[in-house]
Design a protein around this ligand. Structure first.
Ligand SMILES: Nc1nc2c(ncn2[C@@H]2O[C@H](COP(=O)(O)OP(=O)(O)OP(=O)(O)O)[C@@H](O)[C@H]2O)c(=O)[nH]1
Ligand SMILES: [Mg+2]
Length: 266
């Protein structure tokens, strides 16, 4: 995924990739700040990821989606086909961490190459594709199929920071990490990168590194408040307090939609 081109890769896949011809697709290009594209490409090349393509599957017509199959054909040209030497069709597999747009990519390829509709279900949370699906045709000449697979995270996540980045990009179910902690990491990242569009979006006067202050602002602006009963020495009273979790969720959702600007977390 674009915002996490390094953290968003499952190192366990690397072994498989070393024996099979492969192309690394960095999707969700619309959400990423690509001003440092060369730095990322260099780092990827060092770990054997020389073939990289940036895509945006939400765009009706994406030039890079058009380049994908010709690139694949070039990569597999003259490669041994082992037991499949006789067959003229190709079967590719799309693998990656959850929610990066693997199924969307298959649908985009079908739309672009075959003018056909969706074949794989897509959704805004991890775990939409639950099993390796039957192969889906994405090209006629040559006959090419793609196997969609469920997103897989590495069994052990390298560091807390990598975990937070993966969570922010929706590869882990939010409630397993906690929206409040994720919002705090998001604010820290935006400030570190000098991406202050959150101020304008939520009517803040100045940047802040105090997540409670920011979430309170968001809650009040979005009217995400809750009335709770408080017991005082003078009796029971009802007070209105900000709904921090709802505010945190809105903050994260805005980031994922690109409403806080294009960001590169890695
Ligand atoms: N902004 C943006 N969103 C995208 C892009 N491609 C896919 N999405 C969205 O990302 C979400 C996940 O897409 P899927 O195609 O279901 O992702 P997946 O990798 O198949 O996910 P799993 O099956 O859960 O592993 C959906 O809400 C898509 O609409 C893109 O290029 N840009
Ligand atoms: Mg999927």
């Amino acid at each position: 995924m674009q915002q996490i081109p390094l953290s968003g890769r499952n190192p366990v896949f690397q072994d498989t990739l070393n024996v099979k011809p492969h192309l690394l697709i960095l999707n969700k290009m619309d959400l990423a700040d690509l001003s440092n594209r060369q730095r990322i490409l260099k780092k990827l090349e060092k770990v054997g990821m020389g073939n990289v393509l940036f895509t945006d599957c939400l765009r009706q017509r994406d030039e890079n989606i058009k380049k994908l199959l010709p690139m694949v054909l070039q990569i597999i040209e003259n490669k041994p086909r082992f037991n499949r030497e006789e067959s003229s069709d190709y079967c590719l597999m799309v693998i990656g961490v959850p929610n990066v747009g693997k199924s969307s990519l298959i649908n985009s390829l079908r739309r672009t190459n075959l003018k056909k509709g969706r074949a794989s279900r897509v959704g805004g949370e991890p775990g939409i594709t639950k099993a390796v699906l039957t192969k889906i045709q994405v090209c006629e000449r040559p006959m090419m199929y793609l196997l969609d697979t469920p997103g897989v995270l590495p069994p052990k996540i390298e560091s807390v920071e990598t975990g937070m980045k993966l969570a922010l990009c929706g590869t882990i179910l939010d409630h397993l990490v906690g929206e409040d902690i994720m919002a705090d990491y998001l604010l820290y990242s935006l400030n570190r990168l000098g991406k202050f569009s959150y101020m304008e979006k939520y009517d803040l006067q100045a940047p802040s590194d105090d997540i409670h202050h920011v979430l309170k602002h968001i809650a009040v602006k979005l009217r995400k408040t809750q009335r709770v009963k408080a017991f005082t020495g003078l009796g029971n009273i009802t007070v209105t307090i900000p709904n921090y979790t709802a505010a945190a969720y809105d903050f994260i959702r805005a980031f994922r939609k690109g409403e806080l600007g294009q960001v590169m977390l890695d």
